[in-house]
Every structure is written in structure tokens, then in C-alpha cells.
Design a protein around this ligand. Structure first.
Ligand code: TYM
Length: 336
């Protein structure tokens, strides 16, 4: 008899705050698509996470639907993978509470994203912002994920999830799978086009700093033309050339060309030619997904059907873990 080997599990999520950037796409989302055949994948729109920063409810609703449609347009296959909205599965908030009782105040205080965000929003340092990594750990551990495809900025949060899992397992016996981050080195951190020492971020106030994956061709090309580089005129990957290094990483990810090939292609040419090529290649790569998005976003029934199916599958895939945890900590099951 043929031996059936269970596929390893993947879980990842993206916040629905603003349209995803090229950083999100190259750093994480492309891997989500690539890994779908080899793994059992669950991909989520992290709506619960997004309210740690004040959101306009009407805008948030629109963003959740659009982000979900974008996942489908990008190639997340709702038949192959679980594509769901986090808030549609109550198990995330439930496990998060339990895990928060196994997470130390000191651990959460050391999270760099908490420190950065509290500096950015000193008027609203809420408890959710502080416990955000616990909810993220719940997302991952609920599905017994082996791998978590992310950009490098999420690595510390995954390390925390591992610490929580290890602590829980050592008290109650094997309960959670130990998750590993899955990070592609060259696209682990795509930088801002205006300040290449800073991460490209959805929330950047300067619209020229980031490419939204729904930007039109002219906007993409224009933003790349304005990208900050350096005063040399040599397209090569070298320490200190942050702007060019970033553009080379993007061009390499978009065209599959190696750094050596890129250096050869632009040897003797100026930055103008290079920036134009990066802009055009990026626009070409995003165009089919953008066209697909326009189709899907107008098909509310399809989006609704996929969301329902995703929510059901997510609930089923996670229910066992939550039941196991409730039992292990000593809660009483409702007598039948
Ligand atoms: P978020 O929404 O900020 O980003 C989504 C994904 O994009 C990656 N990313 C980048 N990668 C490369 N270069 C960049 N400039 C860049 N900017 C963002 C992020 O690393 C992430 O993989 N907390 C998460 C969402 C989340 C999650 C989870 C992720 C909630 N629960 C469980 C993994 C597992 C976040 O805010 O990602």
C-alpha cells in the first residue's frame, strides 16, 4: 500500500490596513502562492490585529474585503488553501486569551514593533498593541503550523510564538507544533524608495516612498524614477549603496535575474535607465494580478462564497487545538 505522508502546515496573515505594498508582495505574499502545492496552507486577513491602531470602521470594512479579494487575485486558491478573515473564526481570540496567561510582561516589553508603534502613537498605547504578538502566536499555533512565510520584521514575533509553545508544551505535554519562520533572504526587507534605510511600509506618509500593488503603471514608473539612490553612477550591489541595493533586490525578485546579470545589463548605463527598467518590470509583473482584482472585486457573491468556505475550513482546522488546550488547562467541557 502506498504510504500517505501528511503535508506540512503553513499559516500566515496580513493586516488589512491600506493596500499591500510591493514589500508585502515580494517579502511574503509571493511565497504564500509558491508554497501552496507543497504544503497545507492557511492564509488570513488579520482584521483583529488592525484595530490596535485607530481605524475608520467604514474604511476598514472596505479594506478587509479588498485585501481578501487581492489574495484571490494574486493566486491564493481557495480550494487548495484556506483563505479566511481572522475575525470569522472565534478560536483566534479564544486561544489568544489562554496564551496571554503563559506570556510574560517582560517578553512583550522587548518586542521592537511594540516599542516602535508606541513611539509613533504615543496618544494610544493600548493593551491590544502590547498583547498583539500573543494574538499572532495564537494565529500560528492554532493551526499547528510548521512554517510561517513572512518578511524579516515578523521574525521576533515568531520567536515569541516558539517560546510560548515551548513553555506550554513543557507544562502540559506535547500540544503545539514548533513553528519556523520562512524568509527569502533577498526580499526579507524591501526598503522605502525615499529613505532606503527604512522598511517600505503601508503606513508611510510619503506616497513616493512605497509602491502599492494597485498603483497604475505610470505611478509605479514615476515613483521608481524618483527613488533615492547615491551620487555614484554604478549599478552594483555593495555595502553603503542602500538605494541601489534595494532596487537591485526588487529587480532581481521581479525578473529572476541574478545580481551579476543585473550588473552586466546596466554596466556603463546611468541610474535613469536602471530605475526605468525596475519600474517597467514591476508594473509588468503586477498587471495581470491587477486585472484579476478588478474582476473579483465586482463579484461580491464570489467573494462572499469564498469567505464563508474559508471561515468554515479555518474553524474546522483549528477547533481540535482549542479543545485540546481547554482540556489541558483544566476547563470543563459542557456536559452533553
Ligand atoms: P503586515 O501586515 O505588516 O505585513 C504582511 C507581511 O509582509 C511582510 N512585509 C515585508 N516584507 C519585506 N519587506 C517589507 N518592506 C515588508 N513589509 C511587510 C511582513 O513581514 C508580513 O509577512 N503581524 C503581521 C500579520 C500577522 C501574521 C500573523 C503574520 C498577524 N498574524 C501570523 C504571520 C503569522 C503583520 O502586521 O504583517
Amino acid at each position: 500500500m502506498e504510504e500517505v505522508i501528511a503535508k506540512k502546515r503553513i499559516l500566515s496573515a496580513i493586516q488589512p490596513t491600506n493596500t499591500p505594498t510591493l514589500g508585502n508582495y515580494l517579502g511574503a505574499l509571493l511565497n504564500w502562492i509558491k508554497l501552496q502545492d507543497e504544503y497545507d496552507c492557511a492564509y488570513s486577513i488579520a482584521d483583529l490585529h488592525s484595530i490596535t491602531v485607530r481605524q475608520d470602521p467604514q474604511k476598514l470594512r472596505k479594506q478587509i474585503t479588498e485585501s481578501y479579494a487581492l489574495l484571490l487575485a494574486m493566486g491564493v486558491d481557495p480550494k487548495k488553501s484556506i483563505a479566511f478573515v481572522q475575525g470569522h473564526n472565534p478560536a483566534h481570540a479564544e486561544l489568544s486569551w489562554v496564551l496571554s496567561c503563559y506570556t510574560q510582561f517582560g517578553e512583550l516589553s522587548r518586542m521592537t514593533q511594540f516599542k516602535d508603534k508606541s513611539e509613533k502613537h504615543p496618544e494610544n498605547i493600548n493593551a491590544g498593541l502590547f498583547t498583539y504578538p500573543v494574538l499572532m502566536s495564537a494565529d500560528i499555533l492554532l493551526y499547528q503550523a510548521d512554517l510561517v512565510p513572512v518578511g524579516v520584521d515578523q521574525k521576533q514575533h515568531i520567536e515569541l510564538a516558539r517560546n510560548i509553545a515551548q513553555r506550554f508544551n513543557s507544562v502540559y505535554g506535547d500540544t503545539f507544533t514548533m513553528p519556523e519562520p520562512y524568509i527569502t533572504k533577498t526580499t526579507a526587507k524591501i526598503m522605502s524608495l525615499q529613505d532606503p534605510t527604512k522598511k517600505m511600509s503601508k503606513s508611510d506618509e510619503n506616497p513616493n516612498a512605497c509602491i502599492s500593488i494597485l498603483d497604475d503603471r505610470d505611478t509605479i514608473v514615476r515613483k521608481f524614477k524618483r527613488a533615492v539612490t547615491d551620487s555614484e553612477a554604478e549599478v552594483c550591489y555593495r555595502e553603503g549603496k542602500d538605494g541601489i541595493n534595494n532596487l537591485m533586490s526588487i529587480y532581481s525578485a521581479v525578473t529572476d535575474k541574478s545580481f551579476e546579470e543585473i550588473e552586466k545589463e546596466f554596466s556603463g548605463k546611468g541610474y535613469g535607465d536602471f530605475k526605468l527598467a525596475v519600474g517597467e518590470a514591476t508594473a509588468d509583473m503586477l498587471a495581470p494580478m491587477q486585472a484579476e482584482f478588478q474582476k473579483i472585486i465586482n463579484d461580491k457573491k464570489y467573494i462572499g462564497d469564498c469567505m464563508r468556505e474559508g471561515a468554515e475550513k479555518a474553524y474546522k482546522a483549528s477547533r481540535k487545538t482549542l479543545q485540546k488546550v481547554y482540556k489541558k488547562v483544566g476547563f470543563v467541557e459542557l456536559p452533553r
